[in-house]
Write a protein that binds this ligand. Structure first.
Ligand code: KG4
Ligand code: ZN
Length: 378
């Protein structure tokens, strides 16, 4: 089954073509094309996604990406998968409208896909190579998912494909959103997650019990290169790392709150104005420590309560190295295996939408019934 897949839920326009084959219990997939056009730099000055501009960009990018797909793979598909929610409705509609027009012209069925289900399955692809036939990992029986993105923070118990229980979710900001907002406070570009995480990583490597160790030559060069410091030597030997709150860490449920953490960072910066890159690094690191500690605490408790043997990680924040290393630590102590998405599939992409759509191939819908739903639940 050859699927043309479209994803436009937020600020990435993505189209992919994947060929799936079912051989008994095994699903093989061959990625024939995978294009993502990121709008991040355009939204940078707004510090977040500006929906009207995102919609305009999707409308502009979709035919361009589709043309590239056609040049590579032709137009011989068996079905179209398209993200119908959750996300920004004006953006979702651009992908849906494009899919409907194609479906009509090529006489092809459409499978609507939940964006979060795409993230949930993104870790089932064990390797990434265009044109290679790859066997998908099968969904383990006792699995749980931690979905961490710009719009969502959820712990999901997976009963079977299409049957999910949301054990916990954020009651305010998503963790990725908190990363983006803190990045903005620190004057870092959007999306802020990767920038905060880089700063935190350097800080963590250099701070020895609250004191900044003398950075070695390699760290100095990295700091200069990554942050374009005029003087890589201009690193004080001492910094004090703030300690931010861990909201809801002791609550008896699996819910999260990141808005208070973000506000704590805001007040800290108000009372301790940032003087140099080291202050930024210390704040980034302290923020990441707090955010990740809460995620780890809640997911460990959830895994133990459910007796889950596998954790499927998904969403843009799953690219975070510190989260990954902390998860790997607890997986050994708590006896579960982690499926992490490959770096090509951590952010929004159309490959994961095709995978989710393939699993729901019996849910083909009539074109006129397909609608965007910004608040679609799993
Ligand atoms: O899944 P995604 O690409 O889009 C949504 O569905 O929201 O997630 C985007 C989020 C952004 O908030 C971005 O800052 C965050 O993922 N992110 C990261 C990292 N890379 C991306 N957050 C922390 N560390 C990272 N390395
Ligand atoms: Zn996403």
């Amino acid at each position: 089954m050859k699927i043309l897949s479209i994803e436009t839920s937020c600020d990435d326009t993505a189209i992919a073509v994947i060929e799936f084959e079912q051989i008994h219990q095994e699903t093989t997939c061959k990625i024939l094309a995978n294009f993502v056009s990121s709008q991040a730099s355009l939204h940078n000055e707004y510090g977040g996604v500006f929906p009207a501009m995102a919609k305009r960009e999707h409308i502009k990018n979709l035919p361009i990406l589709y043309q590239q797909v056609v040049e590579k793979c032709g137009e011989n598909f068996d079905a179209i998968t398209v993200t119908v929610g959750p996300g920004l409705e004006p953006c979702l509609w651009t992908g849906i409208t494009f899919a409907k027009e194609l479906a009509e012209r090529l006489n092809m069925p459409i499978i609507p896909v939940n964006h979060m289900e795409g993230h949930l399955f993104s870790s089932l692809l064990p390797e990434y190579e265009i044109g290679k036939e790859i066997i998908l990992k099968s969904l383990p029986n006792d699995s749980i998912s931690l979905l961490v993105s710009g719009g969502h923070t959820e712990i999901v118990k997976i009963n079977k494909i299409g049957d999910y229980e949301i054990m916990g979710h954020t009651v305010d900001d998503a963790v990725g959103e908190a990363y983006d907002k803190v990045a903005r406070m620190l004057g870092l570009p959007y999306p802020g997650g990767p920038h905060i995480s880089k700063l935190a990583e350097i800080s963590r490597g250099n701070v020895v019990s609250g004191r900044l160790a003398q950075p070695d030559e390699a760290s100095r060069a990295k700091i200069q290169q990554d942050f374009m410091c005029a003087d890589g030597n201009n690193i004080p030997l001492e910094i004090s790392k703030p300690k931010f709150p861990r909201p809801m860490i002791h609550s008896k449920d699996y819910n999260f709150s990141f808005s208070g953490l973000k506000t704590a960072v805001l007040y800290y910066i108000r009372d301790n104005p940032i003087k140099n890159e080291d202050d930024k690094m210390a704040i980034a690191c302290a923020f990441e420590d707090a955010a990740v500690e809460v995620l780890i605490k809640k997911i460990t408790t959830a895994i133990n309560e459910c007796g889950a043997t596998h954790l499927l990680l998904g969403g843009g924040v799953s690219a975070n190295k510190y989260l990954s290393s902390e998860l790997n630590k607890i997986s050994k102590e708590n006896n579960f295996e982690i499926y992490e998405p490959l770096k090509e599939l951590t952010g929004d992409n159309a490959v994961m939408i095709a995978i989710a759509g393939y699993f729901h191939q019996d849910e083909i819908m009539k074109s006129e019934n397909i609608k965007a739903n910004g608040n679609l639940k799993l």
